[in-house]
Design a protein around this ligand. Structure first.
Ligand SMILES: Nc1ncnc2c1ncn2[C@@H]1O[C@H](COP(=O)(O)OP(=O)(O)OP(=O)(O)O)[C@@H](O)[C@H]1O
Ligand SMILES: O=C(O)C1=C[C@@H](O)[C@@H](O)[C@H](O)C1
Length: 230
């Protein structure tokens, strides 16, 4: 584990907790149907209420998740935190936001499994929608704006569903329209220190990261500029 991961629920997303909404099943259009189906774990019934700020060090390694970092204690903490929010979710979607490499996919798959939700990665849905197999290629063949337009459409479509955990793209937060979609669910920010992000990104390289992989410039400085814009 290279760092703790802070999971902070956005205050606005908590504001409407307690208002039931919609059906009990996630209806997933065919173009969204590729991800692993939800598989509920046996959760205890004495769920406790939670506050608006949650701090979780994760992760364990559930079946199917490769290269995840986990320990029994961390698995328990994440499971307990997930149990805490169940009474307040009312089947609403959870959107994980955070920088590239902050752990949205890793944490999202675990959360989905614990909650019995389905997991989606919005980058993957955009790739599928435009028929191009990587975000880097979409940026290259089209543009970032084209990618963002498609990302907004994907988030709009997802926002009409229930019982989903969505790992959003690192840049999804920059478009206000995306917040109008994510606001329908619970938004959680994975707040990871810059050093840890840089280490994780360096481990796999920047070739698949269009915003970091340019001819010149230090990727660390680029991540820093994205995390702390002037
Ligand atoms: N808590 C953690 N501690 C250490 N490493 C982690 C942790 N969570 C995730 N990682 C590692 O960091 C890398 C990025 O994780 P992950 O793909 O889940 O992030 P992401 O936010 O979905 O990234 P992206 O938005 O770029 O797709 C992976 O190699 C993953 O194994
Ligand atoms: O891998 C990348 O470099 C990126 C992927 C997407 O999540 C984008 O949202 C992000 O801005 C850039």
């Amino acid at each position: 584990m290279d760092a703790g991961v802070g999971l902070r629920a956005k205050p606005h997303a908590w504001a409407g907790l307690g208002h039931p909404r919609g059906s009990s099943t996630a209806r997933v259009p065919a173009r969204f149907a590729a991800e692993k189906p939800a598989r509920p774990l046996g959760l205890s019934s004495d769920s406790r209420s939670g506050g608006a700020k949650r701090k979780v060090s994760c992760c364990r390694k559930p079946a199917g998740i490769e290269k995840a970092y986990y320990s029994a204690d961390e698995a328990l903490i994440l499971k307990q935190k997930a149990e805490d929010v169940i009474p307040y979710l009312n089947e609403r979607c959870i959107y994980l936001v955070g920088m590239m490499g902050s752990g949205k996919t890793t944490v999202g798959k675990i959360l989905a499994e614990v909650l019995g939700y389905s997991f989606f990665d919005s980058d993957k849905l955009v790739e599928k929608a435009v028929g191009i197999s990587s975000v880097a290629e979409i940026f290259q063949l089209h543009s970032e704006a084209f990618f963002r337009d498609n990302e907004s459409e994907v988030l709009r479509d997802l926002s009409s569903m229930h019982r989903l955990v969505v790992a959003t793209g690192g840049g999804a937060v920059i478009r206000p329209i995306n917040w109008s979609y994510m606001r329908k669910g619970l938004t959680i920010w994975l707040d990871v220190p810059l050093d840890a992000l840089a280490r994780r990104i360096a481990k796999v390289g920047t070739a698949s990261r269009p915003l970091l992989h340019q001819e010149s410039g230090d990727p660390y400085a680029k991540v820093a500029a994205l995390v702390y814009p002037k």
